[in-house]
Design a protein around this ligand. Structure first.
Ligand code: SAH
Length: 252
């Protein structure tokens, strides 16, 4: 198998990846470490698709397997996240330009958030791959947003999606209280969104020098009002966005 140019397409949750799996051609299933890896082609380009699992440890294992076992030469992560920054609303998209582990704390030995041994807290995504994903967003999204049913729009109070770019914070916690969300916003004023896997991928990709891009659809505001219908948002909104953007990315 030619692995020199294989793109890994990764999500945390099944509904986020199902749209991609549906259009993968010649897909072969490989089970490694309890994970199902789907090797195939998308728009004639070699890809491997997999669920990362939830949380940083599951994500780091998956990232390592993608690189070591499946020869991924670039990794694109799409999923959902909680909005943190002001103006980052449900239905918006956040493209990570850097990622950080908000629950990393080896102080006072190391500065808060710094990953020991790396001399840094923030890990950048790949500029060229992120630029390509940005373009794919701009091309693919408007049509999807337009095609959402009025019922879906109303259920989630959706508007025309905005694309934000900057810092995403990851940690092993589903942030669902106003108190914690405000604490994160105070500690990390430039963080746009919070999720549970991205920074783990960023650290592994840094180790291996593999380009990474991370795009998240905002599913909630990480506060007490984090809407309850998470599965419905995944099916009706987030997975539509992911498929449209990834199809657009891979067809160029
Ligand atoms: N309800 C889901 C579990 C969701 S865990 C289930 O039944 O399986 C949350 C997932 O969405 C993680 O992958 C995380 O990256 C992302 N996420 C969305 N909103 C989040 C928030 N407010 N805080 C942390 N992670 C969030």
């Amino acid at each position: 198998m030619n692995t020199t140019n294989r793109t890994a397409l990764v999500s945390a949750l099944h509904d986020e990846l199902s749209g991609v799996l549906a259009v993968l051609s010649g897909a072969q299933r490989h089970v490694v470490a309890g994970r199902e890896f789907w090797v195939g082609e998308l728009h004639g380009q070699p890809v491997v698709a997999v669920l990362s699992g939830i949380g940083k440890v599951a994500a780091a294992t998956t990232a390592t397997l993608l690189i070591e076992r499946f020869g991924a030469s670039r990794i694109v992560f799409t999923g959902v996240a909680g909005g943190l920054g002001p103006g980052v609303r449900v239905g918006d998209l956040v493209l990570a330009r850097s990622l950080l582990q908000h629950d990393m704390d080896a102080s006072p030995l190391f500065p808060r958030h710094e990953v020991p041994g790396y001399g840094r807290a923030r890990f950048d995504t790949d500029p060229a791959l992120s630029d390509a994903l940005e373009l794919a967003c701009l091309r693919g999204l408007e049509a999807v947003a337009r095609d959402l049913s009025p019922a879906t729009r109303e259920a989630f109070g959706l508007h025309t999606p905005q694309l934000h770019q900057g810092l995403i914070a990851s940690g092993d916690r589903f942030v669902s209280s106003q108190t914690e969300s405000l604490r994160l916003q105070t500690e990390l004023p430039d963080a746009l969104a919070v999720e549970m896997e991205g920074a783990a991928f960023a650290q592994v990709c840094h180790d291996w020098q593999v380009p990474l891009a991370v795009l998240r659809t905002i599913s909630d505001r990480a506060d007490d009002t984090a809407h309850v219908d998470f599965p419905r948002f995944l099916k009706e909104v987030a997975s539509q966005y992911s498929s449209a953007v990834l199809n657009s990315l891979m067809s160029t």
